[in-house]
Design a binder for this molecule. Structure first.
Ligand code: 3PG
Length: 408
């Protein structure tokens, strides 16, 4: 991949960042991705570039699918300079704003997943022919991708632009790519444990399948943990009491989850108990005592943590991806924070990944130095551990080859 060291100064740039984060009741919550990408933008501003930023938030149909207007303010706080925003991606308003950018100015375009093109199931060559790419690419001189944490997605803004523009990897992209690649090649002298939570069941199923010969124990929590309990026949893991996360995820991954548990089930631990809100208090119930799901479970229970923590302590390496509960609410931080504290205390090599999980480290004042690597990526870091090529990285590599050939 070519990097910013190869990029001539004073260009008009399209920069793909990953600002995907938690959005609660319309409020955008900050995570570590913002600070990292702000450093990238500061460097681009210093080098006299005019910068248009493309990013996504959530997915259509999910509760966190939202405009990026609030993300622009958060970025501006980190950058200490204004970040403009237009509620458009590749229409006339966006194109005029991108063309009107002066050197040193930064503009955030609207959530790229609001276009039909971004999530369409297409090859990189087809994405390069999309209206998004055909409209925006001529308005800029070059493309920079700093979105390592989205690099496992073969979407238009990640693989389409590098096919048609001079393209460069940003510093977050290169640092994470190198660190996670090196970690993937490491061998450990002792048990390897992976704690997997969050809501992205497809990423977790794929990781268990691909890593079962290198990971001794998988500890599950979060939405994924509850879905795994459903796969094991418990009456949980479906939508009840106002949630709308489980049934769609089950329709997408339930059969695969059952298959993976059939094959690798003896390596997979699921929660023994779950926590929920009883009025303003936290209450817990043993999974075996649940006859019918009538409440929303928001954390793993204390018994689960007591089972998971010793596994962590006895490990030579621990990889964490995804939260075990809704840690933003202090009552339901027990699983996520308790597990991270166990990892921090353990004498093991440790990696903590995921936008949300890295946010928990900051929210609960855990010491980042207690972990060997804190990745802003979740799915992309798991995918790197499995040895799979990341489509966005492959697209940058193809662009670099093409650019070298053009200059040969
Ligand atoms: C992430 O938050 O892991 C990345 O932004 C990818 O998001 P996605 O899982 O919605 O594609």
């Amino acid at each position: 991949m070519l990097t910013l060291d190869d990029l001539p100064a004073g260009r008009r740039l399209l920069v793909r960042l990953d600002l995907n984060t938690a959005v609660e009741n319309g409020d955008v919550r900050e995570n570590r991705r913002f600070a990292g990408h702000a450093e990238t933008l500061a460097r681009l501003v210093d080098d006299g570039h005019a910068v248009a930023v493309l990013a996504h938030q959530g997915r259509p149909g999910r509760p966190d699918f939202a405009s990026l207007a609030g993300h622009a303010d958060l970025l501006a706080d980190h950058l200490d300079c204004p970040v403009g925003f237009v509620a458009d991606t590749h229409g006339d308003e966006a194109l005029a704003a991108v063309r009107g950018l002066a050197a040193g100015e930064v503009l955030l375009l609207e959530n790229v997943r609001m276009t039909d093109d971004e999530l369409a199931d297409r090859t990189p060559a087809e994405h390069a022919e999309s209206a998004l790419v055909r409209d925006l690419a001529p308005a800029v001189d070059a493309y920079v991708n700093d979105a390592y944490s989205a690099a496992h997605r073969a979407q238009a803004s990640l693989v389409g632009f590098p096919a048609v523009l001079p393209s460069y990897a940003g510093p977050v992209m290169t640092a994470e790519y190198e660190a996670n690649g090196a970690i993937a090649r490491r061998e450990f002298d002792g048990p390897v444990t992976m704690a997997l939570g969050g809501a992205k069941a497809a990423d977790v199923v794929r990781a268990i399948d691909a890593l079962a010969d290198r990971v001794d124990r998988f500890l599950l929590g979060g939405v994924v943990g509850e879905l795994a309990l459903r796969a094991r026949g418990h009456p949980v893991g479906h939508d009840a009491a106002g949630t709308d996360l489980f049934d769609a995820a089950w329709a997408e991954t339930g059969a695969e989850l059952e298959r993976v548990l059939d094959v690798h089930g003896d390596q997979v631990s699921t929660p023994a108990d779950l926590a929920y809100a009883d009025g303003s208090r936290r209450a817990e119930v043993a999974v075996d005592a649940v006859e019918e799901k009538t409440v929303a479970y928001q954390d793993v229970g204390t018994e689960t943590l007591m089972t998971y923590a010793p596994v962590v302590r006895d490990s030579a390496a621990v990889f964490v991806k995804g939260a075990l509960g809704v840690f933003e609410d202090d009552r339901f931080s027990v699983g996520t924070v308790g597990l991270l504290e166990a990892v921090a205390d353990a004498d093991c090599f440790s990696v903590v990944g995921g936008g949300d999980t890295s946010r928990a480290v900051d929210m609960y004042d855990l010491d980042p130095d207690d972990f060997d690597h804190l990745s802003v990526a979740g799915g992309a870091y798991l995918r790197t551990l499995t040895g799979d090529r990341l489509p966005a990285v492959a697209a940058l590599e193809r662009a670099a080859r093409r650019m070298r050939e053009e200059h040969a």
